[in-house]
Design a protein around this ligand. Structure first.
Ligand SMILES: [Zn+2]
Length: 152
């Protein structure tokens, strides 16, 4: 096609894109002047610039990673009752002998073992878990009630 850039048929998007390029060129020159003072400034600038002209994509990426994180945090979490203290906690079984236990404030308050630790002047924040709950978790696994995730 024998079409020159000066033809009026050039779509507006093209012109817009070109003016955006010019804008970026200007920013770039400005940043290089700043970078002569130190290299750190230009580093953070180039990172934040990735989605600078695409806020919709930036939002989509942020939303996707947020959902990923939430899925990772809640996936495999299952409620287990401590058969000794009768408190309910959420448990994530990530393999044999690897169990992540999420205590809520009420469970930690009502657990008889934690109460013992508190009474004897111990620090419940340093107490990983109620050993009775550990037994309950093993029982739940043995009964097939607790799903063991293939890999943590
Ligand atoms: Zn307990």
């Amino acid at each position: 096609m024998a079409r020159s850039d000066d033809q009026p048929a050039v779509p507006d998007v093209d012109r817009l894109a070109r003016s955006m390029l010019l804008l970026h060129g200007d920013h770039h020159d400005h940043d290089e002047r700043d970078a002569s003072n130190g290299s750190r400034g230009s580093e953070s600038w180039s990172k934040s610039r990735d989605f600078a002209n695409d806020p919709q994509r930036a939002a989509a990426v942020a939303e996707a990673s947020r959902a990923d994180r939430e899925h990772y945090l809640t996936a495999g979490l299952q409620p287990v009752d401590c058969r000794f203290c009768h408190v309910a906690v959420t448990v994530k079984r990530v393999g044999p002998g690897h169990t992540a236990v999420q205590w809520n404030a009420q469970a930690a308050q009502r657990c008889a073992y934690f109460a013992e630790v508190r009474e004897s002047g111990g620090d419940t924040a340093r107490t990983k878990s109620c050993p009775r709950l550990g037994d309950s978790i093993e029982h739940a696994v043995a009964e097939g009630y607790l799903e063991v995730l293939p890999d943590g």
